[in-house]
Design a protein around this ligand. Structure first.
Ligand code: XMP
Length: 317
């Protein structure tokens, strides 16, 4: 039978044997997967693990700062890189979801590669890839179509010439959390909802602009904070707000408004492969909607997504 203790012990021993005195570089995102991968590697090779955390400007409100802050005491070697402007300018004018994913993936690799090159003699790239990432990316790539290209799989360009180590490749999300727990990671990391690599870039339908990012960050922050305050956050697999490029008519005082729509998404799932929409209590939805419409300039309507996966997907893009 699989246990997280045995998995951690064996994996740390295997990583030690496999990596020896080699240096390893890892992209830390603040999410569960990359954090657990980082701690396993840190336990195996200590200071030979170099973590890089890229701010792509598509993170949640205050996320970059708070993640760096939270990792301070971990003893991990972390370098934070502010690349917001670079991502934004490369995304200008692009509406197609897969094009946005590809751009975000490519720019991420370029930024990461620049940073990795500054570490002398690095030999390995570590990734927090988990089993569903592997199968979704393989199984959906029929001859006809890729449903969504998850850029954290197989995204290594030749020029990096690094060997890849993926210690979580056989695990499902709940198993990753159990391993994290065994390693002593705290719930503020282990309990976080999954968040896609392209971040808010695929939660803004259509073109991404700085203004839309700012609006979505505010709305999403209100949404997530309310779920936490209501004690619902931990019961939900994944929640987030989506910015719709649709304007609708509203009324504020005596004024007609014509502004954008925010959609709220919350799903229950075991592994992200299938998902059901959450039956959130109406009073909580009412409070979130009021708060978003009253506080977030540019939004005059909030809708709740009642679609399950399949046939919908969790993300809108
Ligand atoms: P979908 O939308 O395919 O999402 O039902 C399933 C899970 O995968 C996440 N997701 C991504 N993660 N890069 C990622 O790293 C991506 O391009 C991407 N697209 C979706 C999504 O947030 C959900 O957890």
């Amino acid at each position: 039978d699989w246990t997280s203790d045995a998995f951690a012990e064996t994996t740390i021993a295997d990583l030690k044997a496999q990596l020896g005195d080699d240096k390893v570089v890892l992209a830390l995102s603040g999410g569960v997967d990359s954090s657990v991968a980082a701690v396993l590697l840190h336990k195996a090779i200590g200071k030979n693990l170099h973590c890089i955390f890229v701010d792509n400007g598509l993170l949640r409100k205050n996320e970059y700062e708070s993640v760096l802050e939270q990792y301070k005491d971990f003893g991990l070697n972390i370098k934070g890189v502010d690349a917001k402007d670079r991502f934004l300018s490369e995304l200008a004018g692009v509406e197609d979801p897969e094009k946005k994913r590809k751009i975000i993936g490519r720019v991420f690799i370029e930024v990461f590669d620049d940073e990795a090159h500054q570490i002398q003699d690095v030999k390995w790239l570590a990734q927090g890839t988990i089993y569903p990432d592997v199968i979704e990316s393989v199984s959906v790539k029929g001859p006809s179509a890729t449903i969504k290209s998850h850029h954290n799989v197989g995204g290594l360009p030749d020029f990096m010439k690094l060997k890849v180590v993926e210690p979580l490749k056989t695990l499902f999300k709940d198993e990753v959390r159990r391993v994290g727990n065994t390693l002593g990671l705290e719930s503020f990391i282990l309990g976080r909802h999954p968040f896609p690599g392209p971040g808010l870039g695929i939660r803004i339908i259509g073109e991404v602009t700085a203004e839309k990012i700012a609006i979505l960050q505010e709305a999403d922050h209100i949404y997530i904070q309310n779920l936490k305050d209501a004690g619902l956050y931990d019961q939900i697999w994944q929640a987030g707000a989506i910015f719709l490029p649709v304007r609708s008519v509203g009324v504020m005082g005596d004024e007609r408004t014509y502004e954008n729509v925010i959609a709220l998404r919350a799903v229950e799932s075991l592994d992200g492969m299938t998902a059901d929409w959450c039956h959130l209590p109406y009073p909580v939805l009412a409070k979130i909607s009021n708060e978003i419409i009253n506080k977030v300039k540019g939004i005059n309507r909030v809708v709740y997504d009642i679609s399950s996966k399949p046939p919908a997907t969790i993300e809108w893009e």
